[in-house]
Write a protein that binds this ligand. Structure first.
Ligand code: GDD
Ligand code: MN
Length: 370
């Protein structure tokens, strides 16, 4: 059998990392002498044109490859596409900002070559590891997120949120169809999606300080983390979008009562007028929240926002009517058990609103529209 041409593909997601990519290649070159490796940068069309820099490096060094994704964003999905573009038997994922210590790569590689593990995780929290000079706040948040992840995954791993790891491509191939691809946490995604138990080894390392460029971890990324955990737990039973839609609906009830109180009690308007006004305000709030969060990947803007709002209000009005209809019917036919009747009505209304708005308000571009 011929030895594989490339043994190890290192996937490096990038967004505005122009000043780092050349340093990453030099660091890999120094860290992996005698290894047949390649590096695949997956760039989401960075405004700073990181992809140009990568392409010019690739012109000089055949071990460097570039995938430029246009109109897409996301660390986890970028890693998945990078791994899919590789045919090497071993895959690694590493950040582009030199915060991950590349000198750990040979030991990670050895563990896979000697069949001591299927997946090797570089851990900041294992004995001997360190998060470097993080603020107390960031450290606390990271530890808390790791605890939640351990709890949902039922794992003992010290750093299930690490962005630095190496695994057999066979293990990736086995879970790729189940991956969520949402947010930052690609390792967590793999751990939660693998159909067979993996033999995992953690190696400690010290997280370095970023020298060039900025971190992309923002509140949106944190929300995506919650989304992914939902997807990996409750998502097996109910679509995660429906959970988010219902959570927004719950907030809508609070908005409704706040608006009603304002209109009816403070502005002393007629009850029917106040109730109608509060309903409209709550629907508009729900629409805005769903547009920004539940359907952030199909977000409507400008005129499409207005059209979407109109369709949402119409759909929810029908939803409210069916809610009341079902509840009234059950109330009379089931010995006036009002709580159950009301809950059934709310559920029917919510499912209707969700199902119909997913098709008409936030239709999948190019599929539902002629
Ligand atoms: N292609 C692509 N698309 N790459 C991205 C995107 C994106 O939308 N967002 C971030 N990246 C790249 C960055 O350019 C960098 O190479 C890497 O992903 C990590 O991004 P940072 O913004 O530096 O993240 P961090 O240092 O805050 O977070 C790191 O530590 C976390 C643990 O606390 C990452 O390694 C996370 O994966 C890890 O969970
Ligand atoms: Mn970083």
């Amino acid at each position: 059998m011929q030895p594989s041409v490339i043994e190890l593909s290192i996937i490096v997601p990038t967004y505005n990392e122009r000043d780092n990519v050349e340093r990453v290649v030099a660091a890999l070159d120094a860290a992996l002498p005698g290894v047949r490796w390649e590096v695949i940068f997956v760039d989401d069309d960075s405004p700073d044109e990181t992809f140009r820099k990568v392409c010019s490096l690739a012109q000089r060094d055949a071990r460097v490859r570039c995938i430029r994704r246009v109109g897409r964003r996301g660390l986890a999905s970028a890693c998945i596409e990078g791994m899919l573009a590789s045919c090497a038997p071993l895959l690694a994922v590493m950040d582009a900002d030199l915060q991950h210590d590349e000198s750990l790569l040979p030991r990670m590689l050895d563990a896979l070559r000697s069949d001591a593990a299927d997946l090797v995780i570089a851990s900041r929290y294992a004995e001997g590891g360190d998060t470097g000079d993080w603020s107390a706040e960031r450290k606390r948040m990271s530890l808390m997120a790791a605890r939640v992840a351990r709890w949902t995954l039922k794992t003992e791993l010290t750093d299930p949120m690490s962005g630095f790891f190496m695994l057999r491509r066979r293990c990736f191939d086995h879970c790729v169809e189940r991956l969520s691809g949402i947010g930052f946490k690609i390792l967590l995604d793999i751990l939660a999606s693998t159909p067979e138990p993996l033999r995992i080894l953690e190696l400690p390392y010290r997280f370095r300080t970023r020298q060039f460029g900025e971190s992309k971890l923002d509140p949106k990324v944190q929300l995506e983390f919650v989304w992914m955990l939902c997807d990996k737990t409750l998502g097996r039973f109910v679509p995660t979008r429906f959970i988010a839609f219902s959570a927004v609906g719950g907030i809508g009830i609070l908005v409704h009562f706040a608006a009603l109180w304002l209109l009816f009690k403070i502005y002393l308007l007629d009850f029917l007028v106040s109730q109608t006004g509060a309903t409209l305000i709550a629907m508009t709030g729900n629409f805005a929240l769903n547009n920004a969060f539940t359907y952030r990947d199909r977000r409507l803007r400008g005129w499409a926002w207005l059209r979407g709002w109109l369709s949402f209000v119409l759909i929810c009005s029908i939803g409210a009517a069916s809610n009341v209809g079902v509840a009234a019917y059950l109330f009379h036919s089931h010995q006036e058990r009002w709580v159950l009747a009301a809950l059934a009505g709310v559920l029917v209304g919510a499912v209707w609103n969700y199902a119909v708005s997913s098709v008409f308000t936030w239709s999948v571009p190019g599929r539902m529209r002629p």
